[in-house]
Design a binder for this molecule. Structure first.
Ligand code: GLY
Length: 598
């Protein structure tokens, strides 16, 4: 990406979109793509997503503010902050600290995340990258065994631990968009950590099924009793070590984590891990910087959809899928249509083909994000889709003359961990925050009350293929490619209409796209959009959530040539829709979250 295009993106505000006069070229290109062009709605006549007559069991509604998070205690902490006059960022920080405690298997201060922020006053969209970075000791061959094969069991112990970035990222976002004092935001989590919280059913299930957790020195005694029996749902967990860690960060900021005793403890835990000990130094922790990245935005029908760019592939792929589908009338097909599922699946395969070769940490590899989202390129990709015949495995496209084609790196594993939360505050500011320690319980290493991530396993284990370096190979200081896709949607006046995201490894891309299409094209309410059965094509089989209503489409999809694979599809979509009259929130029925507002 050139410097000037980076600058253009940094200054991006959805308020300056769409101006049909100023974006004549864009409008002309979009007109080629289909009947629904971006400038269809003049400023001032922005679309209304309002559905009248919500069913009694419809979304949670609120007038002032709302938070949707993966655990009731986290959402409650966020709502209290909103009630105290806190901003969306303030509430997100408080909720995320509680998630570190009560949903430790998914996300926390030992990991990283991506945060998207919309400032209602200025109309600016800011995107904060708190993705873990590889320590200086990392190298492209770190995940190969003694005979040059990808290592087995690399996700446990010191080797997969990336330098955590969550706190530095939240601190940066708080400096720019917080209102309450930093230290106040930690008090709900500190109190809960001291007083204890009941283990949820989901946490209990995951404790019982996590390989390598029982034998982990600190985590074993926290999650299991003295006889090695997993602690059950309802048992009260107290975490005084985490209370102390959070108190230190509350007083001294993220430096308390990245320097001094906590940093030393992290480095020691990585170096002395019983499995895969590795080298992470205090300098690695000290050097970590959260980064502001340019947001990726694409007009989709009458909306503008903004996602997170590289090092996440989430925004690029989600926007590519939408852009490819721009010329297909999904609204007319509707949610019961196997043809719609076919089209979305085909667009997914094309986007994943590009993702495999082009997306990695942009500070190390030139990522042709502009080209991948160019409407003409997307129209070309769309022309490869036929209405009723599956195209099979797709090849990557050529999104511009300078795009460097790397050998493919698909992520095979589709995790069920990670957590997403969405917030809209009383001023109309919005946050979409996806945070992760990667697989459930991350590296299994617990230090000072929190779990360390195993995020470096998101790098390609194979550094070279076909005689060329893989874009997403490991390297010192590099951030592994992610699929996290926190997303904000805007209307024709630049007002935020939706905040959403999900956990789920590479399937996140499919989960988020499905929810966006369900809400924007099919006009399902947010609860229905989130609950709609999951399906995704990661450039292979068409994965369909088993035991859902999609089963009845399987014969038709197979007749189109799709290989259909049933999956468990545990998304964790937490979304808010901003309608004309209310905030409407929904949490994913597949998890334990809740939407709370006033
Ligand atoms: N660790 C999940 C992701 O970054 O996509």
């Amino acid at each position: 990406m050139t410097e000037s295009s980076q600058r253009r993106r940094r200054q991006f505000s959805p308020r300056r979109w769409p101006s049909c006069r100023k974006t004549a070229t864009l409008a002309a290109v979009l007109a080629l793509l289909g009947p629904l062009a971006a400038c269809q709605h003049e400023a001032g006549t922005g679309p209304s997503l309002m559905l009248t007559g919500q069913p009694a069991d419809g979304p949670v509604t609120a007038k002032r503010h709302m938070i949707v998070a993966d655990h009731p205690l986290a959402a409650e902490a966020g709502r209290e902050i909103l009630r105290s006059g806190g901003t969306a960022v303030d509430a997100a920080i408080a909720a995320q600290m509680v998630l570190t405690l009560v949903e430790p298997q998914s996300s926390g201060i030992g990991g990283g995340g991506f945060l998207m922020h919309f400032a209602a006053r200025t109309g600016a969209v800011d995107t904060y990258d708190g993705r873990e970075a590889a320590p200086k000791s990392a190298h492209p061959y770190m995940f190969l065994d003694g005979i040059g094969k990808p290592m087995a069991g690399a996700g446990v112990g010191g080797l997969p631990v990336g330098v955590p970035g969550l706190l530095r990222m939240l601190e940066l976002a708080h400096k720019e968009h917080g209102r309450l004092k930093w230290r106040e935001l930690f008090q709900p989590a500190i109190k809960l950590a001291r007083d204890g919280f009941p283990i949820s059913k989901r946490l209990a299930r995951q404790i019982a099924s996590a390989e390598g957790l029982r034998n982990s020195p600190v985590a074993g005694s926290y999650f299991f009793d003295n006889d090695g029996v997993p602690k059950p749902a309802g048992a009260v967990l107290r975490n005084r070590d985490l209370a102390e860690t959070l108190a230190a960060v509350a007083e001294s900021g993220a430096d308390a984590f990245h320097e001094g005793a906590i940093a030393e403890a992290v480095a020691r835990a990585v170096g002395s891990a019983p499995h895969n000990p590795a080298r992470m130094t205090i300098d690695d922790l000290k050097a970590y910087q959260a980064k502001k990245r340019p947001p990726l935005c694409l007009p989709y029908r009458m909306w503008l959809v903004c996602g997170f760019g590289p090092p996440s592939s989430g925004g690029v792929a989600t926007l590519q899928i939408l852009g490819i589908l721009q010329g297909f009338d999904l609204a007319a097909l509707g949610p019961e249509s196997s043809r719609a599922v076919h089209l979305i699946s085909e667009a997914g395969a094309l986007a994943f083909a590009d993702r495999e070769v082009y997306v990695a940490d942009p500070d190390f590899v030139p990522v042709p994000a502009d080209g991948l989202l160019d409407p003409q390129y997307l129209a070309l990709r769309a022309s490869q889709i036929t209405g009723a015949k599956a195209g099979g495995r797709r090849q990557p496209g050529m999104p511009g003359a300078g795009a460097a084609l790397h050998p493919p790196h698909a992520t095979a594993e589709a995790g069920t961990s990670t957590a997403h939360l969405s917030v809209v505050d009383a001023d109309g500011n919005a946050v979409a925050l996806t945070a992760s320690i990667n697989r459930p319980f991350g590296s299994r290493l617990m230090v000072r009350g929190f779990l360390l991530n195993d995020e470096l396993t998101d790098f390609s284990f194979t550094p070279n293929a076909d005689g060329a370096p893989v874009a997403n190979r490991a390297g010192p200081g590099k951030r592994p490619r992610s699929s996290m896709a926190p997303t904000l949607v805007f209307d024709g006046r630049g007002r935020v209409v939706m905040a959403i995201g999900s956990p789920g490894g590479p399937r996140i891309i499919g989960y988020v796209t499905k929810a966006l299409i369900a809400a924007l094209d099919w006009r399902l309410d947010i609860r229905q959009a989130v609950a709609y059965p999951n399906f995704v094509n990661r450039n292979g089989a068409l994965e369909i959530e088993k035991d859902t209503s999609l089963a009845r489409m399987v014969p038709a999809l197979k007749a189109m040539g799709h290989e259909v694979l049933p999956i468990s599809g545990v998304s964790g979509l937490n979304g808010i829709l901003v309608t004309k009259d209310a905030l409407e929130g929904a949490t994913d029925p597949r998890r334990e979250g809740v939407a709370l507002g006033d």
